[in-house]
Design a protein around this ligand. Structure first.
Ligand code: FRU
Length: 492
């Protein structure tokens, strides 16, 4: 038996998602069935399938009444829409079923999320409370525990906020359940509270895994915590960051803290901070460990500060293409998961072409493709790639080998809002050598720089008829490129 609220959401999404014209949908990215989507939630592998849940308001293209939507995939590329998993239908989560994570235990799929409540205080001010809850299911239907909320703000040490306490990451080690949730400390900035449990129902506070102390933005959201090639990563989405140089221009950003974890004492010591993405639309990523051991990340492809919804669209939300994380010389590299190969259509290759001035290449055009461009070390002063281009629109990716700065500029892409359109990023200097892998999927561009040393993810709301790709150099450059058309996934 499901609640009326969940039944209503399921009936609504089934009816209305089918009315979204197929041409609006990205070809190889997951998009919300109908309405609004923000953070990825519960990204996990369960009984032979990848599962992805998401913050979801089926009823409108704006944030409201958070549910958990649900999709499933065999290969991280083709996502099948499943009925919404959770609705805000209990007294302890009636103001929203907020973000969280998932794991498998005893053959069951365990979801841990934040239940939000709101009521009027005696002074007439709104009182918000955020607590952590569990729902257990079979991969399609989930039942909330009668013991919910299993972790409450009262378990936190004195001075910790009860209002900003959310987005639990759940995992198990040596028979013990752990949960790490974001919290606001007395100094107004974020911290990550660690809880433990023997049975998954009775939890107690263990320690603070890390504290922001106003060094990395303010409140931290959506923590993920995982080992990577012998080190440990605390992945965070810090709010209200102040930009430093070319770093952290997104306001709300996502960052990897790379360090070590002492499992005896549960102490994490972060050593380096790395931006998870330099683009204009990226937030709240989370990861899973695939059965073959790969660590895979997916993020929400949108900024909280800009809304580039297209005219007439009844859906507003896409996820990034899933990326594999690897550690190389102390830096986290990100690359599209290899499963994309299965979706390749025609391949066009050009090797060692001399470029001077502007040029287009036969076969290299379109809005759903995986394009790798390599410029050799040479005597050029500027190198530009224009994508999603026609007489009226263009988005420009340009590289200055002198400063080794890469610029993404969607000023001309047809935005109808006053929003950030330009991002500059420092790239490893290699005497002019540069490798860019660009995934275009209709209304988005993801740029993987130098085999994944950094990534820029942005929405490109340009009409689809703008499909030219133009190369331009100042000076002479030798360029090679490989372009694969990426074909639409078959089932949803
Ligand atoms: C991050 C976030 C989370 C919260 C969710 C609510 O984007 O603010 O902290 O759980 O969105 O939808």
């Amino acid at each position: 038996m499901h609640s009326e609220k969940l039944e209503k959401a399921r009936a609504y999404e089934k009816r209305e998602a089918a009315r979204v014209p197929e041409f609006q949908r990205p070809a190889f990215h997951m998009s919300v069935p109908i309405g609004w989507m923000n953070d990825p939630n519960g990204f996990s592998f369960y009984k032979g399938d990848y599962h992805l849940f998401f913050q979801y308001n089926p009823y409108g293209t704006h944030w409201d009444t958070m549910h958990w939507g649900h999709v499933r995939s065999k290969d991280l590329v083709t996502w099948e829409y499943l009925p919404a998993a959770l609705a805000p239908d209990e007294p302890y989560d009636e103001a929203g079923v907020f973000s969280g994570t998932a794991m498998e235990a005893d053959g069951k799929h365990i979801l841990m999320y934040t239940g939000v409540t709101e009521h009027m205080g005696p002074d007439g001010k709104k009182v918000i409370r955020q607590n952590q809850c569990i729902a257990v299911g079979d991969g399609e239907n989930y039942v909330k525990l009668s013991a919910n909320p299993v972790i409450t703000g009262d378990m936190l040490p004195a001075g910790c906020s009860r209002e900003d306490f959310r987005d639990p990451k759940i995992w198990m080690e040596n028979g013990v359940f752990y949960a790490a949730a974001a919290n606001r400390a007395e100094d107004g900035s974020g911290q990550i509270a660690l809880f433990t449990s023997g049975d998954g129902e009775k939890w107690s506070f263990h320690s603070m895994l890390d504290k922001c102390e106003n060094r990395l933005g303010r409140m931290w959201e959506c923590p993920d915590f995982f080992p990577l090639d012998g080190r440990q990563v605390l992945l965070l989405s810090p709010q209200d960051m102040m930009a430093q140089g070319l770093e952290f221009h997104g306001g709300n950003n996502a960052a990897f803290l790379l360090g070590d974890y002492d499992r005896e004492t549960c102490r994490f010591s972060g050593e380096t901070v790395q931006s998870a993405d330099y683009g204009l639309d990226f937030y709240a990523p989370q990861t899973l460990e695939a059965p073959d051991g790969r660590r895979i990340l997916i993020g929400w492809m949108k900024s909280w500060d800009a809304d580039l919804l297209l005219d007439g669209f009844r859906w507003n939300g896409m996820m990034t293409f899933p990326r594999e994380l690897t550690l190389r010389e102390g830096r986290i590299f990100q690359n599209p998961v290899e499963e994309i190969w299965k979706y390749y259509g025609k391949e066009i290759v050009y090797r060692h072409v001399e470029l001077q001035g502007q040029r287009e290449f036969e076969g290299i055009s379109g809005r759903t493709l995986d394009l790798t461009v390599e410029a050799e070390a040479g005597s050029y002063e500027a190198f530009r790639i224009f994508v999603a281009k026609n007489e009226r629109f263009e988005t420009v990716i340009s590289y200055d080998p002198g400063t080794s700065v890469l610029t993404f500029d969607r000023t001309g892409c047809g935005v109808r809002r006053d929003c950030a359109c330009l991002r500059r990023i420092a790239v490893r200097k290699q005497e002019g050598r540069l490798k860019l892998r660009i995934l275009l999927d209709k209304y988005s561009a993801e740029i993987f720089v130098n085999d994944g040393e950094s990534v820029l993810t942005s929405l490109v709301p340009t009409p689809l008829e703008a499909d030219r790709i133009v190369f331009e150099t100042e000076g002479k450059a030798e360029v090679s490129m490989t372009c694969h058309e990426v074909r639409k996934s078959e089932s949803r």
